[in-house]
Every structure is written in structure tokens, then in C-alpha cells.
Write a protein that binds this ligand. Sequence first.
Ligand code: XIL
Length: 318
Amino acid sequence: MAPFPIGTCAQVAHLQQPAWVDLAIRHCSQITPEWEMKMEYIVQPDGSFLFDRPDRIAAFARERSLRLFGHALVWYAQKPDGFLKLDETRIGFGQAYDNYIAAVVGRYRGQAVGWDVVNEAVAEDGDGWRDSLWAQKLGAFDHMRRAFDQARAADPRAVLFLNDYNLESLPKKLDAFLRLTERLLKAGAPLNGLGCQTHLAADLPPGSVTRAVRALGRFGLPVHISELDVSLARARRLFATRADLERAQARLYAEAAESLEALAPAQRFALTLWGLRDRDSWLKGEDPHDTPAPFNDIGDPKAAASALAEALTRGARV
Ligand code: XIL
């Protein structure tokens, strides 16, 4: 038994593969839709919403008694035509934005245990926040605040997250993330969870994940290791053999688990794997030779899976 829920991302296509389902059921108690609960799938060009696939993932979670985690409501990277070409003589932009959040969060109210409400808001160089359609239309800070308010109105119980990446590798970005958290909380935004994506490269120095998770933990809120994978392709290969990188990968999976175990029990929201098997990983799109997941293509555990399991067993004992 792990000392917190273990999650995986999931696509409808996976649910039809018995081997994936077996692996997910064996190791996980939570699922995050990988892309079919994002605007790119739900928002149609005419502004209507399509829920068939997110509903199938939600139904699978119910049938298999898995927790459902909602991802992601507002993301700079997603600006579907339904919003870009909105006829504002018929409906105001803010109203359409509110309607979207109310419809999506409301639909899974009582089932989704949490939501990534604002995803990847902080600039890579740590100098403020990213520009986006949402920031331009509704204000750099106000669109975030508004998203949290709308999500809370639609589901009084879901844990509402600010989620970002490279917090372990870019100290200035981590600082900016912490300052944004503080500002949202001071403004009274119903933000009550912090997500650390942890898309790691295998050459990340040991201790970096621990430091970031500890910093997030200082707010006393639940922390989600929300999209864990460890890329070999993104690591610099200098002086490292493949075996070295695989050992480093295993250590980082273990460190991620240990960093969450180091927080108070109520703060350990979950640890979510962004791909169970290497073949499932989105990073294959960047480099088809990358092997970032804990299980290999046929679902056998790699050193990373064993190191993670050992860290979880140690964590469950203390
Ligand atoms: C990725 C998914 O894995 C892909 O399937 C999709 O096409 C694009 O998004 N940060 C996030 C995730 O918050 O939603 C991204 O997932 C990976 C980076």
C-alpha cells in the first residue's frame, strides 16, 4: 500500500487495451485524462461542448473505483477556435469563459477529487506570467482569480490546483510560482492545492525535486506530483552511458515519492505518472527512442518501477 494515491494519465484509446487496463488497475488508484478533458477536445468551433470521451474516462473511473482528477481548465497553450472566433455581439468573452468552467467542472462535480484550474501560468525565466488569450481578454491576474472562483462555484468540494513544470530545475520559476500562489491566496482565490508536474530529465541533480516539493509544501496545502516522467533523451549525454541514465532515472522516481512522503499526511494529494509504459509517453513525440516511463513497452517493470515501489513501501512503513 502506497502512503498516498498513485495516479496515471489516461486516454480513451488506453481503456480498450486489456494490457493497459490490467497495469493501471494493479498499480493505480487515480486517473487524469491526458488530453480529452482539455479545451482542445471539449470546445467545438461553434462554441458547443463535446463530452463523449471525457464521460467515458469518468465512467471507467467509476466502474473501477478509481479517483478522477480533472485536467486542465485554463492553459495558455490551448485556445480553440470556439474562443478565438467568438462572436462577442452574441456573448461576452468573460461569460463564455465562465460558462465553460461551470459546464466542465459542474459535469464531474462530486466525482472529480480535484482540478488543475490554471496550468503553466508562470514564465520560464521566472519573470512574471505567460501571455495568453485569457490574459489578454480578461487580465493577467484576473483571469486566474476568476477561473478559481468559477471552479469553486461549480464544485464546492474539489481541490483546486495551480499546476506548473520545471519548478525543480528553474529556481527563478519556482520563486515566481510561489509568489503567484501567495498573491492568489491573498486575493482570496479558492486555490487549495499545488501541482508540481515533474517532467524531469534524467540528469537533474539529486535533491532538486525534494527542494521544490518542500517549498510548495510550506503553504500547508495538498501537493500533487501531477505528471511524473523522467526523460533520458532530454538529459545531456556527456560522460553518461545509457545504464548511468537508467540508474539516475530510477533514483529520480524514488526521490519524487520520497519528497511527497516527507510532507504531512494531509498534504500528500497524489503522485501521478504521465505514462505507465514507455510506449504510452507523450515524449515519444519529441524523441521516439526516449524511454521515460516506469514500465517498458510490454508492461514489465523497469528499474524505475522497482525503485518507486521500494520508496513507496518504505514510506508506507513510517
Ligand atoms: C500532453 C499530453 O501528454 C499529450 O497527449 C497532449 O497532446 C499534449 O499535452 N504539461 C501538461 C500536460 O500539463 O497536459 C501535457 O500533456 C504535458 C505537459
